[in-house]
Design a protein around this ligand. Structure first.
Ligand code: PPS
Length: 292
């Protein structure tokens, strides 16, 4: 697919691209149902991983053919996307026949359609440390024609710190959702690094939040199936069926590790980043780890 790369726009004070704002009114009027589950993340924080796990937990036994025949982005629609030749994420979500409906968003918390709050839906938020998030986003923007031109590493690095990314500032995103968690009891805030450290433990926490009681074998199947190497070779999970992405530049399932930033940041960049990070991340209760 040959499309011009979109520009970054300022939308209600957040950097966005038009692919995620063109359907704004309809998306804001989305009618959530009480049993809908919203999977919310800043881009490149492990959205696909959590989506895959939730889909398997809910439907792995009742409808196992889903996992082998329907790409993850169709099982879990991306609410705000409006892309040429594709059904809008909102229409797609409206048409889901599953119960619950699993729905993905990258919106900062203030953009979430109000019906999700009115219906008191469960929300799973996954966050990833800023340094690895930045690196993952850089490679994604290199290979994804639907993203603004990434520029070189150094300019991307600075743009990230300035919050000039699609879906805005990482710092505002993780902090905004963290604050929301204090008021909304049905929000489960989890960390990519914890998932890497012990996927089984994090699936246990997820199940307890969702009120699910899978057998030990089933949980092991879900945890095992969702390991990076398995998802990387699974064409229904690795986005290889989407023409806007060029896997020769970089695969969607790229490294799947904690600490790859060390292969990208110079010593000077790391110091600059840490200095700036301290100024922006004042809430001591929100802690990330950048290595395990
Ligand atoms: S997107 O485009 O925002 O929906 O991308 P998202 O799925 O949030 O993030 C992609 C990064 O998550 C990594 N990933 C995983 N890591 C470990 N285990 C599993 N199973 C897994 N699945 C996806 C993926 O490789 C991207 O990170 P990087 O660092 O680029 O490898």
């Amino acid at each position: 697919m040959d499309l011009p790369r979109p520009e970054l726009i300022d939308f209600h004070g957040v950097s966005m691209s038009h692919y995620f704002t063109d359907n704004w009114e309809n998306v804001q009027n989305f009618q959530a149902r009480p049993d809908d589950i919203l999977i919310a993340t800043y881009p490149k924080s492990g959205t696909t991983w959590v989506s895959y796990i939730l889909d398997r937990l809910y439907f792995g036994q009742a409808a196992p053919e889903r996992q082998t025949s329907i790409p993850i982005y169709e099982r879990v629609p991306f609410l705000e996307i409006e892309f040429p030749l594709l059904e809008s994420g909102k229409d797609h979500a409206d048409k889901l026949t599953t119960c619950p409906r699993l729905i993905k968003t990258h919106f900062p918390v203030q953009f979430v359609p109000k019906s999700f709050w009115e219906q008191n839906c469960r929300i799973v938020y996954m966050a990833r440390n800023a340094k690895d998030n930045l690196v993952s986003y850089f490679h994604f923007d290199r290979m994804n024609q639907a993203e603004p031109e990434p520029g070189d590493w150094s300019s991307f690095f600075h743009r990230f710190m300035e919050g000039k990314m699609v879906f805005g500032s990482w710092y505002d995103h993780v902090n905004g959702w963290w604050k929301k968690k204090q008021a909304h009891s049905k929000l489960h805030y989890m960390f990519y690094e914890d998932m890497i450290e012990d996927t089984g433990r994090e699936i246990d926490k997820l199940c307890s939040f969702l009120g699910l009681t899978p057998s030990v074998e089933e949980k092991e199947r879900v945890a095992g199936g969702s390991q990076f190497d398995n998802m990387k070779k699974d064409s229904m999970a690795n986005y290889s069926t989407l023409p806007v992405m060029d896997y020769k530049i970089s695969p969607f399932m790229r490294k799947g590790t904690v600490g790859d930033w060390k292969n990208h940041f110079t010593v000077a960049q790391n110091e600059e980043f840490d200095e700036d990070y301290k100024k922006k991340m004042k809430d001591a209760t929100l802690k990330f780890c950048t290595e395990i």
